[in-house]
Design a binder for this molecule. Sequence first.
Ligand code: KIV
Length: 272
Amino acid sequence: MSTQISEIKRVTTHQLQEMKNRGEKFSMLTAYDFSMAKILDAAGIDVLLVGDSASNVIAGHETTLPITLDQMIYHGAAVVRAAKRALVVVDIPFGSYQGNSSEALRSAIRIMKESGAHAVKVEGGAEIKESVIRILSAGVPVMGHLGLMPQSIYKYGTYTVRAREEEEANKLISDAKVLQECGCFAIVLEKIPAELAQKVALELSIPIIGIGAGGHVDGQVLVTHDMVGITNEFQPRFLRKYADLYSIMTEAAKSYINDVKTGDFPNEKESY
Ligand code: KIV
């Protein structure tokens, strides 16, 4: 009889830092459920983000605003149960950390305790500094998120590229520095000019992860449902589709429907 001991070592925030220091890029994808997380983890993804984009791709909401802390914890726990190697980061949802650092800490602690996640992510810069410091003070690693911040969509009114103008670009650089000084272990930059993202990645010592922010940053993230082509209507310039699961699943569903209707499924081998 042999006993198998898992040799798989979990990716840590320190390893991401070391990867940046070595100039080695790392990969991050979103996951919201056990089965998808298991596939991505086994494929070797470094970071799994339980994004509040679950509000869009899983629940069908127009924005990320409606998703609740309880729902994020539910998704987070499912992903944690599947992830043997990846670092799991859970988004703190809209309304659970802005403007009240005590509530921010409570939300982060609930995520860590109830989902088993390894870190949390928040959107914003100087204006959420107190919340970030409070969460970090409890020993919870924090990932920042600047540029296009979907939780603030009603402030922008549009999902277009952010920080093209000098004033907004300067504010983004200053916010990134605030987050680094607070102690964030990484920052996501969403939908900003590649040149600006490169500047941030060069000026900051912590890892910078891009989505629609060009190739000169330390890591990349995509929403998995977009990357594998399940969400077939979403086609922004920054998205590379690695599969067309929408077509594959549509064909599979059509074949199944046909087989059921014609009596071909189940056959004798598929029966008891
Ligand atoms: O919620 C999410 O999926 C995200 C990524 C787009 C970075 O925040």
